[in-house]
Ligand binder design. Structure first.
Ligand code: BGC
Length: 413
């Protein structure tokens, strides 16, 4: 409808159809929560300011599984969207299929090679060609705590697993749901990222990145599942299927004590008018201080007809603009995908996110998030989702889970 209106306006103004078509992008994404939509609006407005119209293709579902299914159908039908929000290994898979555009002209003009960290270039480039534009860096090992609920437990943020359990117990005693959680596989797996990392960076590296069978099936993994089982005891009875942003709302409204979620959750707190330090507290998952499990949203550009390439290049250049990276990420909860963006506009959690990312990168403790597609390809991620979720729902025991995980991953890797 919007497109038709714009088209007739363009025609009435004597602009040819071809000229209009150059100035439109169709964007597939899963940014449908309040905070996500607010951030998306920064991008839409930026493009519209340059005369590039936006055709929206939202497919709800955190982690992007549903969006990726919709994408596959579109590409199979020979009708790929212009740009697609995408994570890590999914980008490389599409590049290997030869479906993505070559963005080297704009990347060279704008100097992307020297400002985008190597960890992101590993997913934004294939065979020496830029194929997607990274808009942010998120990380999954965060906990978002209601300030008033924390104060009611004594006010000290937990630093170790034992502290965490003590705070959760106290919240339970205080009569609130200690842990706000949505029972969806990707949310269970998001907590699992942090739990595995809390058992050591070597363990995360071996199990989640190297997919080492002994690490996946061994005693440390049993401890990870034991921690998941313990966390499961702090969620409310209605957790099944709940969307992540509704879990955030429970913390925002003081009905629950905390949420273990990537920093897109901060976007919800901000959208609700809350401030870090006053209304909520952000900490790294206890035991993971100094380390980061990251995921970066990139806009992969599909190889499309010449008439849409100019708009694609305009979108890619906009995304990589340092001012835009600041404005967007302040709202989204993430941090910039460039190393040269000042931190002034960011709140304390954002400043911490930027500092943690830089120091983890320097000290070799920056890892791709398994739950969000940056540790292993989709087949492995899905195998892990399945085991973690069945265990969280009590279908497999903590004793059985490591062997099941090792076998499921061995079968698909
Ligand atoms: C994306 C975030 C998004 C979150 C929840 C993650 O996979 O990287 O941008 O906000 O899913 O939808």
């Amino acid at each position: 409808m919007f497109r038709r209106l714009m088209l007739s306006a363009a025609l009435a103004a004597g602009v040819s159809h071809g000229a209009f078509a150059e100035e439109q992008v169709e964007v597939l994404h899963w940014w449908t929560s309040g905070g996500e939509a607010a951030a998306l609006d920064v991008l839409k407005k930026d493009l519209e300011g340059q005369g590039v119209a936006w055709a929206d293709m939202p497919v709800a579902g955190g982690g992007g599984e549903a969006a990726m299914t919709a994408l596959r159908a579109r590409v199979t039908a020979g009708n790929a969207p212009t740009a697609v929000q995408m994570l890590g290994f999914d980008i490389l898979d599409w590049a290997k299929e030869g479906k993505l555009a070559d963005l080297n002209a704009v990347a060279e003009k704008e100097g992307w090679n020297s400002v985008v960290p190597a960890a992101l270039q590993a997913f934004g480039k294939h065979d020496g060609k830029w194929i997607s534009a990274p808009v942010n860096v998120h990380s999954t090992n965060w906990v978002w705590i209601s300030k008033s609920a924390l104060d009611a437990t004594g006010g000290k943020a937990p630093e170790t697993w034992e502290d965490l359990v003590a705070v959760l117990d106290k919240m339970k005693e205080n009569g609130i749901t200690p842990l706000a959680h949505g029972g969806q596989a990707w949310q269970d797996a998001t907590i699992f990222d942090a739990v595995v990392l809390s058992l050591g960076t070597d363990f995360y590296q071996k199990a989640m990145i190297n997919l080492d069978e002994a690490a996946l099936g061994g005693d440390q993994m049993k401890e990870a599942f034991a921690r998941m089982e313990k966390l499961r005891s702090y969620v409310d009875d209605n957790f099944s299927g709940r969307d992540w942003n509704l879990a955030s709302a429970m913390v925002i409204e003081g009905k629950a004590g905390m949420q273990m979620m990537g920093d897109w959750a901060k976007g919800e707190f901000l959208k609700a008018g809350q401030k870090p330090g006053d209304d909520f507290v952000c900490i790294r998952f206890p035991g993971t201080q100094g380390s980061v499990t990251f995921n970066s949203d990139q806009f992969a550009m599909f190889a499309v007809g010449e008439e849409r390439q100019e708009a694609q290049a305009a979108m890619a250049a906009s995304i990589m603009d340092p001012k835009f990276q600041s404005a967007f990420n302040v709202v989204k909860g993430s941090v910039p995908a460039r190393t040269d963006v000042p931190n002034e506009a960011f709140d304390d959690c954002g400043k911490k996110g930027m500092a943690d990312l830089a120091s983890a990168n320097d000290s070799g403790t920056l890892f791709g998030s398994m739950a969000h597609g940056h540790a292993a390809p989709a087949a492995v991620k899905n195998a892990l989702y399945d085991v973690v979720t069945r265990h969280f729902n009590g279908e497999i025991s903590t004793d059985e889970a490591p062997a099941e995980l090792a076998a499921s991953i061995a079968a698909v890797k």
